[in-house]
Each structure stands twice: as structure tokens, then as C-alpha cells.
Ligand binder design. Structure first.
Ligand SMILES: *Cc1c(COP(=O)(O)O)cnc(C)c1O
Length: 231
């Protein structure tokens, strides 16, 4: 059994260290523990270690895990590709969606969010380096989408998310994160109160924290290798 408790402590330690190094206020960066293809037992172990936020990429797997873990204190984030035919399930079981990138899905999530639950927190995923093979709204369309999403009932627009193309150096890693931060500032200038930048993973979290990340998404460093390879 891998040492989830120890890994959570280490990862939080690295995040706090980066906050100090880059003069971010202490405790302003939240760890989103990415539990896709990890067992419910590992999630429960992380929860016992004080971890609250968990990220899942696949609707069905996530919903089963939420039911198995069955801990009302946990906050579940959907961070995978959003398919129209899964939007109802996602709206009913998750507290956050980080990968909203088109108007049609926004209207579905808004209409399908059960009235018995609070607002669904959403981030707009931006294809920050205009990678043709990647999901996300184009940066030039993100402001318009944000303004429209902010008007929808039962959704609460929290901020922006990105998954930049991998690069080798810290200096290169900073560039797309800086662009996402500037885009969020631009949208704030249009009157929306965004409080979230979901950016940074295991390999680039320090650059993301330097550029203003409020949530970093880390999986294998917390839970160990996933059970099946990525598709
Ligand atoms: C899988 C995943 C992560 C975490 O990746 P690790 O390499 O396990 O740290 C972060 N963000 C997204 C969107 C992911 O799909």
C-alpha cells in the first residue's frame, strides 16, 4: 500500500514552500487531489489525512467512487472532457466542473443542476496555447463565454482553468500561466468576480503558483501510479 498520508503531507509542504518562495499569501493555493483510476480506499485514506478536494476525469467512474467513499465532507471536482450525454450525471454528482468550454454544455449543466443542490461551481477551460488537438475555449472567445455563463442560473462561475503543452523549463512554463492570469484579470475588468485559477500539475505546479494558481491538480504524487494506463 502506498503512503497516501505521507504523500499528502509532502505535497502540501511543497505547495506551502512555493507560496513562500513566490510571495503568495499562506494557504491561498488549494490541493486538488486527482483520483482518477485510483481506488476508493486510497481516496478514503487521503480524506483521513485531511484532504477534502478530489478530481475525477470520467463521469461513471467518478460517480461510483463518490458513492463508495460516501463522505459528505468531500468536495468532488470534474476535470475531464465534458460530453453532452454525461452532463446530467455530472450536474447531479459533482460540486465543481473545471472543463466548461462551450455554451451548449453550460446551458445543459444549468438546466440539469438539481434544485436541491447548491450552485454548481464552474471554471472555463481555456486552450491557452491554441493547441489544435486540445479542448478548451479559444482565449479570444473566453470573455464572451464567461459573461454569458455568469448569467445562467444554478451555475457559479469561479474562474479559469488550463492544461498547457508540456515545456522543459520553469521560465517557459510560466508563460501560458501568466496569459491565463491576465485573461482572468481582463474578465474581472468586465465586472465578474473570479476567484479561481485552476492551473499547474505535478511537473509545473511551481510555475503555476508563481503566476497566481489558486488550485493545483496533482494525482500520482499523492496516490502513486494509476491502475490502468492513460487512454
Ligand atoms: C490526470 C490529470 C491531472 C493529474 O496528473 P498527475 O500526472 O497524476 O499529477 C491533472 N489535471 C488533469 C486535467 C488531469 O487529467
Amino acid at each position: 500500500m502506498i503512503k497516501v498520508t505521507e504523500n499528502i503531507g509532502k505535497t502540501i509542504g511543497l505547495i506551502r514552500q512555493a507560496e513562500r518562495t513566490y510571495e503568495r499569501a499562506a494557504g491561498t493555493v488549494r490541493l486538488l487531489a486527482v483520483s482518477k483510476r485510483q481506488s476508493p480506499e486510497k481516496v478514503s485514506a487521503a480524506a483521513r489525512a485531511g484532504q477534502r478536494d478530489f478530481g475525477e476525469n470520467f463521469a461513471q467512474e467518478g460517480i461510483e467512487k463518490i458513492a463508495t467513499v460516501n463522505d459528505p465532507h468531500l468536495i468532488w471536482h470534474f476535470i475531464g472532457h465534458l460530453q453532452s450525454n454525461k452532463s446530467r450525471d455530472i450536474a447531479a454528482h459533482f460540486s465543481w466542473v473545471h472543463t466548461l468550454d462551450r455554451w451548449k454544455i453550460a446551458t445543459r449543466l444549468s438546466a440539469q443542476r438539481p434544485a436541491t443542490l447548491g450552485d454548481l461551481n464552474v471554471c472555463i477551460q481555456v486552450n491557452i496555447d491554441s493547441d489544435p488537438g486540445k479542448a478548451g475555449a479559444a482565449a479570444e472567445n473566453a470573455t464572451e463565454l464567461a459573461l454569458r455563463v455568469a448569467e445562467l442560473p444554478r451555475l457559479r462561475l469561479r474562474g479559469l482553468m488550463c492544461i498547457p503543452r508540456p515545456t522543459d523549463t520553469h521560465a517557459e512554463q510560466r508563460l501560458p500561466f501568466a496569459r491565463l492570469r491576465e485573461l482572468a484579470e481582463h474578465i474581472r475588468g468586465r465586472g465578474l468576480e473570479l476567484d479561481t485559477l485552476s492551473m499547474g500539475m505535478s511537473s509545473d505546479y511551481a510555475a503555476a503558483i508563481r503566476e497566481g494558481a489558486t488550485m493545483v491538480r496533482i494525482g500520482t504524487a499523492v496516490f502513486g501510479q494509476r491502475t490502468r494506463p492513460e487512454d
